[in-house]
Design a protein around this ligand. Structure first.
Ligand code: ZN
Length: 487
């Protein structure tokens, strides 16, 4: 009988903290798009004799994150030097935290959705530890040469290490997405994957279902997107399953592999490696960290509503889970949605305008959300619809034109003569004509066929190119037709 294998996955996540300056010096932390080696100083270049000073903002953000993940922030922790030689690390050591990390023992609860976006399961993954460290520089290989850019050197990072609680590539991705939502919500990291602000190392191993022992694992290095995380794990799982069949068992020792994004496969980098000797020792230039319980409590009090709770609020209002998730993944989208919801007090309307129409038109026109209308511009449109100046349907056309032209709703409505016909005397004339022109439908409505009124309505809407206020027309028609014939 073939054995049933279980997949065991754990993640190490590196997230760049969104601070003004680097981890241990005053250099600009935003190196994106800057000339190479322009946001550097002797400290982040690791020159001898320089003194690193921890960035208070970064420490605060790491504590916020620890608390948001339900970790215990350790009252005492310290920085260590982790020694290794590589051209992107000019000091020859990274300042990290080894045996006394900032925080331990958290959890993240995340949802598994089906293809239709409905929630099918709720899972929890434990966080083993969270510590702070600085990033290395960036190497670019050009032909036989290697170029070094140290702008990224010294960037403040959090390393978040999970327990091996994940059981599939799907779970790993859903977990990582939820973690990203938390980091963004508490403003600890922008976690912009495109800019490399969130990166993963994933460990994967197999074991016979029902057994508890962890087998040697394959560690996949440096995954830079949810897509590569998913594909690399699926690829490596398949590879390990085949290996299990060939050698009737798990890997003989831990291995490290790299994910080749363009070839869509992993390549073994190091086999049967022993624990590397980094010669850790406490960083002598930085005093140990000590946090009073009262201080940690203060930070905890200032945490915003976390994504999970926020999402539950949206779902309770009637928004489908997948749409609530969509909002949590994009702060700008959420701010638009919240504003429209606040104005209309109607989740369906807000969802229709922001999540269906706005997103749909932007997509059609190949634009991003920040290239679309501002929150105020959207509210101008919403006001025009809510006040009855235009119908909801016309609003859709106006929104599309706002995105195409960049013009405001009022301007477009005036220029195109799209105002809804709402005044009683114009509508009365219309309704009288509608009754005269649609005698057959009117008769069957009077005979009790409710649906026949639709034909009369349709005539009015056609006649006015959709500009008649449908609610008012409907009301007037019903009133007229329900009055007993005096003749
Ligand atoms: Zn510097």
């Amino acid at each position: 009988m073939p054995v049933t294998l279980e997949v065991i996955i754990g993640l190490e996540v590196h997230a760049q903290m969104s601070t003004r300056t680097k981890m241990f010096c005053g250099c600009d932390n935003d190196a994106f798009g800057k000339e190479p080696n322009t946001t550097v100083c002797p400290i982040c270049m690791g020159h001898p004799g320089t003194l690193p000073v921890p960035n208070g903002e970064a420490v605060q953000k790491a504590i916020r994150t620890s608390l948001a993940l339900g970790c215990t922030v350790n009252g005492d922790s310290h920085f260590d030097r982790k020694h290794y030689f590589y051209p992107d690390l000019p000091s020859g050591f990274q300042i990290s935290q080894y045996d006394f990390p900032l925080a331990n023992h958290g959890t993240i609860t995340y949802d598994i959705l089906d293809a239709g976006g409905a929630k099918v399961a709720e899972k929890t993954c434990r966080i083993h530890r969270l510590h702070m460290e600085n990033d290395a520089g960036k190497l670019t290989h050009v032909g036989s040469r290697t170029l070094c850019d140290y702008n990224r050197a010294g960037t403040p990072l959090m390393e978040i290490v999970t327990e091996p609680d994940l059981r599939s590539a799907d779970e790993a991705v859903a977990f990582a997405q939820e973690l990203r939502r938390v980091l963004v919500a508490i403003q600890a990291s922008e976690a912009d994957m495109f800019k490399g602000m969130m990166r993963f190392d994933a460990s994967i191993s197999l074991r016979e279902k029902g057994t508890e022992k962890l087998n040697p694992r394959s560690e996949i290095k440096n995954l830079n997107s949810f897509k590569s995380l998913e594909r690399a794990l699926l690829y490596e799982e398949k590879r390990l399953r085949n290996l299990w069949e060939e050698q009737s068992g798990p890997l003989k020792g831990n291995i490290t592999v790299g994910w080749m994004d363009d070839e869509e496969k992993t390549r073994v980098l190091r086999e049967k490696e022993d624990a590397q000797d980094y010669r850790y020792f406490p960083e002598p230039d930085i005093p140990p960290l000590h946090f009073e319980a009262a201080f940690i409590e203060e930070v905890k009090k200032k945490l915003p509503v976390l994504p999970r709770a926020q999402r539950e609020k949206y779902v309770a209002l009637g928004l489908p889970e997948a749409k609530a998730l969509q909002l949590m993944d994009d702060p700008l989208l959420r701010s638009h949605f919240d504003a429209v919801l606040e104005r209309t007090k109607d989740v369906k309307k807000a969802s229709g305008i922001v999540l269906t129409q706005l997103i749909g038109f932007l997509k059609e026109q190949g634009k991003t959300l920040d290239q679309g209308p501002s929150k105020d511009a959207i509210l101008e449109l919403v006001d025009a619809i809510e006040s009855g100046t235009i119908s909801g349907n016309a609003g859709k056309d106006v929104l599309e034109k706002m995105i195409t032209t960049g013009k405001g709703a009022k301007e477009i409505i005036a220029a195109e003569g799209m105002q809804q016909i709402s005044d009683d005397s114009s509508l009365q004339t219309l309704v009288d004509r509608a009754i005269a022109e649609n005698q057959k439908a009117v008769e069957s409505y009077k005979a009790g066929k409710q649906a026949a009124l639709g034909a009369v309505m349709a005539w009015v809407m056609k006649e006015t190119k959709g500009q008649a206020n449908p609610a008012k027309v409907n009301e007037m028609l019903r009133k007229l037709l329900e009055t007993p014939d005096e003749n």
